[in-house]
Structure formats: C-alpha cells, structure tokens
Design a protein around this ligand. Structure first.
Ligand code: PEP
Ligand code: MG
Length: 577
C-alpha cells in the first residue's frame, strides 16, 4: 500500500528506485560497494571474523568458572549456534555476492531483516533472542573493524549485478558526512535519512552529488524495507513508498521535465554572468575533494570559493593526513582548476563533522565547543602542518586561505601568527611556497557585528550563512526536531548579512557568501539586491543561479532588498515579489 513520509527537501529532483537500507547498527559500520573481483576476499574476511568470534566464545566457555549460572552457559551456546546458522550465513553472503555490499553492510542489513522478524514473534522467549543475535553481530563487527578492508574501493558505475539496471535509492537512519563521501561516486539515484536538517553536512554532501535527497524523514528507515519501490521527491521533501501506478506515471513525467530543464540550463555554461544592468557576478564552486574541481569546471565556475578540507581528515581512525598527503590534495585541487583561484578553508571539524567516533562522543555541546579554528588553535602542530601544505600548494596556482569560525581578536592574532610561523618554517627548510590572500569566514554573530575588525586584518571575507543562521537563532542546523525554526530569512540573520556586505563594500574588500543560501535560486535576487557579487555554491546549483542572475537588474533589486530587510516577514515579501 502506498505510504507517504514527509521530510525536508535538500537536493532537488525526483528519484525512483528500489530501496537499499543502510543499517543503523549500534556499532558504526562502513558502507561501500566492493568490486565483483573482490567478492571472494570479502567473503574470506567475513569468514575469518566469524572464526575469530567462534574461538573467542569457545575460550569464554572453557574459562567459565564452575559456579557460572546455567543461563550464561546456555547463552554462549545460543551465540555459537547463531554464528553457524546456515540460513543466516547464506543470506549474508548473498548481499555480498549479488549486491556487492562490503561485509559489515551485508551483516547489518541481514540483522535488520531478521530483527524485524523477531519483533513480530508472539513468543516472548523467541522475541528476546534478538538481543543474542545483536550481540553476536557486534562481536563479528568488532573483529571486522580490526581487520579493515583496504581503503574503500570505488563503487561500480551501474546497478549491482544480478539486478538489471533498476536504480537504487539509499535509505538510512543517519549517515555521517564521511559515509556520504564514500557514496559520492556510487550507484544511488537518491538518498533518504531519518535524521538531519537542511544544512547538515550530510545534506550538503548529498546536494553536491546532485541527486534528489530528503533528510529528517524520521520514520523512513523503519517504514521502508529492502527492495521496496520508493519515490524521492527532493523538491517537496516527500518520500513515497510502494507508489501506485498512476502516481508512478506522474513522477516519471516530472523526471523527464527535469531532464529537459537541465539540458536547457547546460547551454548557459559559457554565457558571461552579467546582470541586465551590466553588473558582473562571480560564480564560484564549493568542493569537498580535489576531484570535485572537474564538476566545478564543467558548469563554468570561475574558481573554487570554498574547499572544505575537513573531508580529507574524516573517518581516518586517528591517522590524520600528513603534510605531504595534504599538499598533494591541495595541489591537485589547484592544478585541477587550471589557473582559476582556489579558496582553501582550514579544517572545520567538530559539531556534525566529527573526526571520528571518539571525537563525536567527547563533547557536551559540539556546535558550541571545540570546533573549526578553535580546534586548530588547540592543536597548533596539526594546524601548522595544514598551513604549510596550503602555502606549498600556492606555488602551483592562485590560492586563497580561508579561516572558519573566528570570533575573537585574540584568535585572529594567533591565526596570523601561526601563518607567519608556517612561512618561517618553510623558509628554514628552503621549501618553495606561494603567496596567498587570507580571508575569514563570517559565521558567528559576534564576527558579523565586529566586521570592521575583520576587515582590518583580512584580504577578503566569506559569509557562512549556514552557521550564521544556526548561531544567530540558536538552532542546531543538524537537528530535524527544530528544523522548522531554522530560517536564513529571519530578519536578524539578514541584518547581519547586509551589515557584513555593506562594510565590505565600503572597505573595497571582496565579500562572498558560501553557505547554502548562495545556491538557492529563491534567494538570488535578494542577495544581489543586498550587494552580493561573489556567490559560492555546489557546482550543481551554479547554472540555475546564473539563470536568475542573467534576468536580474540590481538597480531595481537594491531598493526592494531594503524593504525586505525592514520587514518582519521577509519570506512573505520574497514569495510575493
Ligand atoms: C557555513 O557555515 O555557511 C559554511 C559554508 O560552512 P559549513 O557549512 O562547512 O559549516
Ligand atoms: Mg560553517
């Protein structure tokens, strides 16, 4: 029966496909596709983990003191039995062989299926066996973690074998930004998660993949089952499970229209980005990995306005990239842009971008804690390593260095002093490096209010409207429970934005917006009216925003933007304009 789930739209368009459930096991597991040739090795890895758990359980049995309660001994028997359950094992191997899931994903997928069967059982004794199964699975997963596969191989470019070319859509309770990166080049036609807000980093990576996505869909991972047909309506933020044929037809027609629209937009790639009244507007790309430079160039971006370097650092299990690895990555991005400028932001971990599980658990209130520049200043050796790598990459092209989340004069001084120290270290090593323009993100209200101080110290500014909204309104941007209050059009956010732009203009220093607002076509005219001339966004949004800009006249938009700014309800004015 058709079932509709409301969530938050994060990436536009319609995806129709069969559901693939990413498990939400208590142990965090990686999800990726293996290559067909890797199936035997993956099965062997799984077998070795199972054998290790068997040995572990047998050791426990052997070491059991005489007075051990019989229930405990029986429990170990049950665990050993589950470990060798033929049906279970065959089903798990099927996910590896037919769908090319990695071992952890295959195991947790089957665990979820079996758990649901347990939940439906009448007999309380049998129902409770679910906990045993979970415990055995956790043991196996821990062993797999100790024997990780080589770095996740690239996903196959098409549907999994044995499955024809039916598109697949991913449904998960939650996905970390690091997980999303693994899926970036994967087969999925769309994403749904139970958790997350519109500007959570998971949503941001989904958007960069230019495939329909819905987050904050609360119950999706419970309602949807493996292989269900699912429609993801990324425009309305709706997920439709098991749609009836007329509905399916309607959505297929919408997919065709969207493809035509994309074809029309593609023609704008080489059109100069100038408004009706002759204002030249710069459209820059936000990227997460050096390889994203290709997508930026493909849509005619004139540079990278935000390279979120933290994605190089995430999911590395305490082994942070060293200077050489970082230098190679930054240099690849710089060279990939063929002489166009690349704005490299120093690491912004914390909040919804934890470095690893330990980091995620360590903080009381991560969004207000040791995040971004605060973390960098607390780890000066790590920060100096990154600064040296960026300076060295600047020898290969135009590089701007951008610092996230500054608020205090003291932080500005410390940052600039460390930058000078990084240069001195490279001088001492006689190592080549290049000049950089240095900029600050304005993403804390304190920074926006004291923007003159920032303009005295920096060559340019970039407004991070995602965090500026989060911190102005005290709304966790990743929390779907308060997502209805997250509003970049709140008058307070707009005033901070307008103030920052006006001060930058007065000091003749470039100010860009690199938050999600810059790529939202509903905001383009307002931002132009407020004086924005440098937009940075995911490549996938660039052509649609360009279309808006080509039709705009800033002479008319400027006075209108002032009325919006004075209004109690800017969203209503935008909707009626
Ligand atoms: C922002 O806060 O708007 C921004 C661009 O930074 P991030 O989304 O990476 O926090
Ligand atoms: Mg930010």
């Amino acid at each position: 029966m058709t079932h509709t789930i409301q969530g938050l739209p994060v990436a536009r368009g319609v995806a129709i496909g069969r559901a693939v459930l990413a498990s939400s096991s208590r142990v965090e597991v990686p999800h990726y596709f293996i290559q067909p040739g890797q199936v035997p090795a993956e099965l062997a890895r799984m077998g070795a983990a199972r054998d290790a758990v068997k040995a572990e359980l047998q050791r426990l049995q052997a070491d059991m003191p005489k007075d051990t309660p019989p229930e405990l001994a029986a429990m170990l028997d049950v665990h050993l039995m589950l470990l060798h359950d033929e049906v279970l094992g065959a089903e798990i191997r099927r996910w590896v062989k037919e769908r090319l899931y990695n071992a952890e994903w295959a195991i947790t997928t089957q665990l979820e299926i079996v758990s649901r069967q347990f939940d439906e059982m009448e007999d309380p004794y049998l129902r409770e066996r679910k906990a045993d199964l979970e415990q055995v699975v956790e043991r196996v997963l821990r062993h797999l973690k100790g024997a990780p596969a080589p770095v996740a191989p690239p996903a196959p470019g098409r549907g999994a074998p044995g499955q024809d070319d039916t598109p697949l859509v991913l449904v998960a309770h939650d996905l970390s930004p690091a997980d999303m990166l693994l899926f970036k080049k994967s087969v999925f036609a769309g994403f749904v998660t139970d958790l997350g807000g519109k500007t959570s980093h998971t949503a941001i990576v989904a958007r960069s993949m230019d495939i329909p996505a819905v987050v904050g869909a609360r119950t999706a991972s419970h309602v949807v089952r493996q292989d269900d047909w699912v429609i993801i309506d990324g425009d309305a933020g709706v997920v439709i499970v098991d749609p009836d044929p007329p509905l399916l037809q309607t959505y297929r027609a919408r997919q065709r229209q969207a493809a035509q629209e994309r074809g029309r937009l593609a023609k704008l790639k080489n059109t100069p980005c100038v408004t009706q009244d002759g204002q030249r507007i710069e459209l820059l790309a936000n990227i997460e990995q050096p390889a994203d430079a290709d997508a930026a160039l493909a849509v005619g971006a004139v540079g990278v306005g935000l390279f979120r370097t933290e994605f190089l650092f995430m999911g590395r299990q305490h082994k942070l990239p060293d200077e050489e690895e970082q230098y190679a990555a930054y240099r690849a991005a710089v060279e990939g842009m063929h002489g166009l400028p690349v704005t490299i932001r120093t690491i912004d971990v914390g909040a919804d971008k934890p470095l690893d599980e330990r980091h995620a658990a360590a903080h009381l209130n991560p969004a207000l804690g040791l995040r971004a520049i605060r973390w960098s200043l607390a780890e000066p050796e790590m920060f100096l390593t990154q600064l040296r790598a960026i300076l060295r990459a600047a020898a290969h092209g135009r590089v701007n260095l951008l610092v996230p989340m500054l608020a205090h004069a003291r932080e500005i001084r410390q940052t600039l002093a460390l930058l000078a120290q990084a240069r001195a270290q490279l001088d001492a090593r006689a190592q080549a490096y290049g000049p950089v323009q240095v900029g600050a993100m304005i993403e804390v209200p304190a920074a926006a209010l004291c923007v003159r101080m920032f303009l005295r110290h920096f060559d340019f500014l970039s407004i991070g409207t995602n965090d500026l909204t989060q911190y102005t309104l005290a709304i966790d941007r990743a929390d779907e429970a308060v997502a209805h209050l997250y509003d970049p059009l709140h008058p307070a956010v707009l005033q901070l934005l307008a103030h920052t732009l006006a001060e930058g203009l007065a000091q003749h220093k470039p100010v860009s917006v690199c938050g999600e607002m810059a790529g939202d076509t509903a905001m383009t005219r307002l931002l132009l009216g407020l004086g924005l001339r440098h937009f940075s966004m995911h490549p996938s949004q660039i052509l649609a925003v360009k279309q808006e800009i080509l039709q705009a006249d800033t002479r008319r938009l400027a006075p209108w933007a002032q009325t919006v700014l004075q209004s109690d309800d800017p969203a209503a004015l935008l909707a009626s304009a």
